[in-house]
Ligand binder design. Structure first.
Ligand code: NCD
Ligand code: ZN
Length: 347
């Protein structure tokens, strides 16, 4: 029998870029409407590296999401080569930093101040291992000689594997995985390694981005890979394994910064993220695994309580607007202009 609606524990988004200033005001409620909690990425300019900055940023987010008073932003610290161990430990103890984020220097948007050699931050990682604080990893090497489509697979071999060997108890989230190599690695690793999967990597491959004309709004990092990788991601997300969970990596950029001779990486998927994820689970005949992936696995890995609220998605058509926002900050959302088959019901 066809399913017409599905009611589940309200999900969390374990990987979100909310930006700051006017862009934050414009995008924050889309995430707060769909999710109870969100792991907030720290790649602002300047990046969020101190407890004081994270507190200030959290206040800005709470002010921007006043309409959703239950929404809880979970803050992260941006790791740099010179990161102070005490600052991280204190931020975690005070309930300000939920996790830290490792960007290899130069890997993606606003990552210039990132880590140049993981060995340099071993004292921080050792402290995190001791206190059970998760490390969130953008898993791509940045060397010029490595092809952009191979950067995740090479990262596993060169960085991830040695890191987990040296710090076998460290909780690590391999963020926004895009390859079968990453899926296989995560499955084979211990329970201290998990991965987030974006909805766009479940829905698009590199042909969607490049065939018939370049689609700058489908360009993100890590870049979408070939079809066999997308199939591996769909299989793992819908498998029921507790090692994979939702992280949209929603990353808004103004339309002018995307449709440019040097366009920014990032897909703005926040407005209809759940409707797109549920479509994938429906197509894979795995609606019974949906709640596990979007609402249960994340809190379990982070050691946080599962949300008490419920949400319902109904099988009802809705059109995604062509554009969202105003003036220079106008954004083209993910699946812009498309008709979706599901709708999230909100109170
Ligand atoms: C992100 C952004 O724009 O901040 N872009 C992206 O393509 N995902 C950065 C990131 O997470 O890599
Ligand atoms: Zn991201």
């Amino acid at each position: 029998m066809a399913v017409n609606s599905i009611t589940i524990t309200k999900p969390d988004d374990w990987h979100v870029h909310l930006r700051d200033g006017a862009m934050l005001q414009q995008v924050a409620n889309y995430t707060a409407r769909q999710f109870s909690r969100a792991i907030i990425m720290p790649n602002l300019t300047p990046p969020v590296t101190t407890v004081a900055q994270a507190k200030g940023y959290r206040e800005q987010i709470l002010a921007a999401t006043r309409d959703y008073p239950d929404f809880q932003p979970l803050m992260t610290a941006y790791l740099t080569d010179s990161m102070d161990v005490e600052e991280i430990v204190r931020g975690h103890a005070e309930g300000v930093f939920t996790a830290t984020k490792l960007y290899p220097a130069g890997a993606t948007t606003n990552s210039a101040a990132g880590v140049t050699d993981v060995k340099k931050i071993y004292p921080v990682l050792e402290a995190m291992q001791r206190i059970g604080m998760p490390l969130l990893v953008h898993g791509e090497v940045v060397s010029d000689e490595i092809d952009v489509f191979d950067r995740e697979a090479v990262f596993i071999e060169q960085i991830m594997q040695p890191l987990l060997q040296d710090l076998p108890e460290l909780k690590v989230v391999f963020e926004h995985i895009t390859t079968k190599d990453a899926v296989d690695f995560v499955v084979a690793a211990g329970n201290n390694l998990a991965a987030t999967i974006t909805v766009h990597h479940l829905q698009i491959n590199r042909n969607d981005m490049l065939v018939g004309g370049i689609k700058p709004h489908l360009y993100c990092l890590p870049v979408a890979k070939r079809e066999l990788h997308r199939q591996a991601l769909r299989k793992s997300a819908t498998s029921g394994s507790n090692k994979f969970f939702l992280g949209t990596d929603t990353a808004p950029h103004a339309i002018g910064d995307k449709e440019s001779a040097c366009g920014c990486a990032g897909i703005f998927s926040a407005p209809h993220a759940l409707e797109s994820y549920v479509q994938v689970f429906e197509e894979e005949h795995a609606l019974d695994k949906f709640e596990t992936f979007v609402s249960l696995n994340g809190p379990k890995f982070y050691g946080l309580p599962v949300n008490e609220k419920k949400v319902t998605l109904v099988k009802q058509q809705q059109d995604v607007p062509d554009l969202i926002g105003q003036g220079e900050l106008t954004i083209k959302p993910y699946r812009s202009g498309e008709r979706l088959g599901w709708r999230l019901v909100t109170e």
